[in-house]
Design a binder for this molecule. Structure first.
Ligand code: SAH
Length: 389
């Protein structure tokens, strides 16, 4: 039972591995050397974040460095309180349909990049995608996320037909797209066809860091332009980034959060970078669990009403990663609805979990794990409360 691994404090659960071990703390600096003063300021900045939803650049960096177990517990507890004030103890579910792993792009971190000649490519046809959604509907899902590499085999019209069909069969459902960069007219058209939401992580808000993660043919400016277009076209829009991607530092994370402040997205996708063996970043270290949890909590405090998924990457990094994400302020989970035969082929990173709680078919098991930490999975459409954006 998961509860055995948790300890309870004032009706709040914290997983013991949400707190760094002595060894992991402060990059080798012993906690004993941390001045009480530093810890005091971290508590103060967390309170400030709760009250004003923002802190200065320097204060933000001090918060990124927080590693004292009691400070982190305090941060997670505050994040849970804020999400509970807006979303109660509901965890929204989305059925994820990974409909193609063909991609015209060559992102250095991504396993389905164009130059990965060992990726076994697949694409689902209109019929198959709709069948996944039908199956998901029976399982109880009311949001379908269509995610894929940027695959030109789907035209504006053909993907539009898929969206229309899903919305016609299931008018009470939301359709979310996560399909990369297209032009304004295309985004607009898909929105007219019925797509409600769009996830497009900005990946990094530092231009120099962006150039480290992507080949020259990919444009930092265009990515941000697309996010702007998505908002203009009327989507509930999601941005976000990986934690611990090669080259990421507190100097790149700080602009990431400022960019989100400026964009005011309805959703934010934050998950650890995980290496994939056929990419140029094969031997780079994975992002850390603790940094990811810390960022989820900070985001919850900065954007109280944001939709914040506990990602598959977090579930891959740690067996209880998703539960820990929820306990750090996340409120969305996206189990996999793709046909079982293709799940393994959609390998953005190595060792992706595809069974158990990750599988839409095992949603009851996921529900019992969420129940064990005091949360209820919820089958509503789960729109963002940030409607004023
Ligand atoms: N092509 C689409 C969606 C698929 S990729 C797009 O560009 O948005 C979805 C997200 O997976 C990316 O935005 C990236 O942040 C994340 N991702 C890709 N490779 C990853 C890796 N190796 N580790 C963790 N996350 C990764």
């Amino acid at each position: 039972m998961i509860k055995d691994h948790l300890y309870e404090e004032k009706n709040n659960f914290v997983h013991h591995s949400m707190l760094p071990s002595k060894k992991e703390q402060t990059g080798g600096i012993s906690q004993d050397m941390l001045l009480d003063q530093d810890i005091e300021s971290q508590y103060r900045y967390i309170d400030q974040l709760c009250q004003t939803q923002t802190v200065s650049d320097d204060e933000m960096k001090v918060l990124f460095m927080a590693e004292h177990p009691q400070v982190l517990e305090y941060l997670y507890q505050k994040a849970r309180k804020v999400r509970e004030a807006h979303y109660g103890n509901k965890v929204y579910t989305r059925g994820l349909i990974e409909f193609t792993n063909y991609c015209r792009n060559n992102c250095y971190y991504c396993g389905i990049r164009r130059d990965n000649l060992h990726a076994e490519r697949y694409r689902l046809g209109e019929e198959e995608i709709c069948k996944c959604a039908d199956e998901g509907y029976v399982l109880g899902f009311r949001t379908f996320v269509l995610q894929g590499g940027e695959d030109g085999a789907y035209t504006k019209k053909s993907l539009g037909n898929v969206i229309r069909r899903i919305k016609t069969s299931h008018p009470d459902c939301a359709v979310t797209l996560s399909f990369g960069e297209w032009d304004y007219e295309t985004y607009q058209y898909w929105h007219e066809c019925g797509a409600d939401r769009y996830l497009l992580r900005h990946e990094t808000a530092s231009e120099v860091h962006y150039a480290l993660l992507h080949p020259d043919e990919m444009s930092f400016v265009r990515r941000r332009q697309c996010l702007q277009w998505l908002k203009e076209a009327g989507y509930q829009t999601g941005a976000g980034f990986m934690t611990g991607s090669p080259g990421q530092t507190t100097d790149t994370l700080q602009p990431d959060l400022r960019y989100l402040e400026q964009l005011q997205p309805h959703m934010a996708g934050i998950g650890p970078f995980l290496p994939q063996h056929e990419t140029p970043f094969a031997s780079q270290p994975a992002g850390s669990l603790h940094m990811t949890l810390k960022l989820l909590a900070v985001l919850r405090l900065m954007f109280p009403k944001i939709l914040l998924p506990a990602t598959t990457a977090l579930g891959t990094l740690h067996e209880k990663g998703r539960e820990m994400g929820i306990l750090a302020g996340a409120n969305v989970i996206m189990p996999n609805l793709s046909p079982k035969s293709v799940r393994e082929k959609y390998q953005l990173y190595d060792n992706k979990v595809i069974s158990g709680d990750e599988s839409a078919q095992e949603v009851r098991r996921l529900a019992s794990h969420m129940r064990a930490i005091g949360y209820d999975i919820c089958y509503e459409r789960g729109d963002s409360l940030m409607t004023e954006c």
